[in-house]
Design a protein around this ligand. Structure first.
Ligand code: AP5
Ligand code: ZN
Length: 213
C-alpha cells in the first residue's frame, strides 16, 4: 500500500503511523522527523531548514522533495510506504506524482485527519517525545509511566522547539493556506478518505483499519 497521511499539527499522524506501518509492513517516511534529525546533526540540510521550522513556516519544496526522493529508494519502502507530513504543497504533490510515475506506481489512499483547530493547542503543548525513536506521549492523553521518562528505554523525553502555542499559530496558518489545497488535489482523483481525528486514539486506529481493509 502507498498511503499519505494529511492533517494539521497534532491531528495524530505520528501517533497512528507506527501502528499502520507494523500492521501492513510499510516504511514510515515523516519529513518532519527527518528534518529534525538533520537539524540535530547540523547537516547542511538541517542548517537550511532550521529557521523556517522554528518559525512554523514550511521548508522549501526543493529541500523536502529531495529528502523524499532519496528516502523512497530504501529497499524497505519498495513494498509500500506511509508518507506523514508530505506532500504539504500542491507543488510537492505534483513532484511526487512524477516520481511515482517514473516507477510505474501511484498513491492508493490519502487519509485526511480532519479535526477542529480548537483542540490542537492542548495536544501540541502537552506532547513529549523520545527523540531517538520518535515515540510520542502526551502529559494528559497518553502519559508515560514516569513523567519525562520513556517507558521502553528509561531515557529522558523532550518537547519539540516548535510545540508552543505561539508557533502553533503559524503552523496552522501554513496548513490552511498551503496544505488544504493538497486535499482537494487528491479529492479530484477520488482517493481521499476523511477520518474524524478528535476521537480517542484507538477509535481513530479502528477507522483507519476500516478504510484500508
Ligand atoms: P511535522 O513534524 O510534520 O509536524 P506537523 O505536521 O506540525 O505535525 P505534528 O507532528 O505536530 O502532528 P502529528 O499529527 O504527528 O501529531 P501526533 O500524532 O504527534 O513538521 C514540522 C515542521 O517541519 C513543519 O512546521 C515544517 O517547517 C517542516 N516540514 C515537515 N514536512 C514538510 C514538508 N513536506 N514541506 C515543508 N516543510 C515541512 O499527536 C500530537 C499529540 O497529541 C501527541 O502528544 C499525542 O500523544 C496526542 N494525540 C494523538 N492522537 C490523539 C488522540 N486521538 N486523542 C488525544 N490525544 C492524541
Ligand atoms: Zn508528527
Amino acid at each position: 500500500k502507498r498511503l499519505i497521511l494529511i492533517g494539521p499539527p497534532g491531528s495524530g499522524k505520528g501517533t497512528q503511523s507506527p501502528i499502520i506501518k507494523d500492521e501492513y509492513c510499510l516504511c514510515h517516511l515523516a519529513t518532519g522527523d527527518m528534518l529534525r534529525a538533520a537539524v540535530a546533526a547540523k547537516t547542511p540540510l538541517g542548517i537550511k531548514a532550521k529557521e523556517a521550522m522554528d518559525k512554523g513556516d514550511l521548508v522549501s519544496d526543493d529541500l523536502v522533495v529531495g529528502i523524499i526522493d532519496e528516502a523512497m529508494k530504501k529497499p524497505s519502502c519498495q513494498k509500500g510506504f506511509i508518507l506523514d507530513g508530505f506532500p504539504r504543497t500542491v507543488v510537492q504533490a505534483e513532484k511526487l506524482d512524477q516520481m511515482l510515475q517514473r516507477q510505474g506506481t501511484k498513491i492508493d489512499k490519502v487519509l485526511n485527519f480532519a479535526i477542529d483547530d480548537a483542540v490542537l493547542e492542548e495536544r501540541i503543548t502537552g506532547r513529549w517525545i523520545h527523540p531517538s525513536t520518535g515515540r510520542t506521549y502526551h502529559s494528559k492523553f497518553a502519559p508515560p509511566k514516569v513523567p519525562g521518562i520513556d517507558d521502553v528505554t528509561g531515557e529522558p523525553l523532550i518537547q519539540r522547539r516548535d510545540d508552543t502555542a505561539e508557533v502553533l499559530k503559524s503552523r496552522l496558518e501554513a496548513f490552511h493556506r498551503q496544505t488544504e489545497p493538497v486535499i482537494d488535489y487528491y479529492a479530484k482523483k477520488g482517493i481521499v478518505a476523511e477520518l474524524r481525528a478528535e476521537k480517542p486514539p484507538k477509535e481513530v486506529t479502528a477507522d483507519v483499519q476500516k478504510v484500508l481493509s
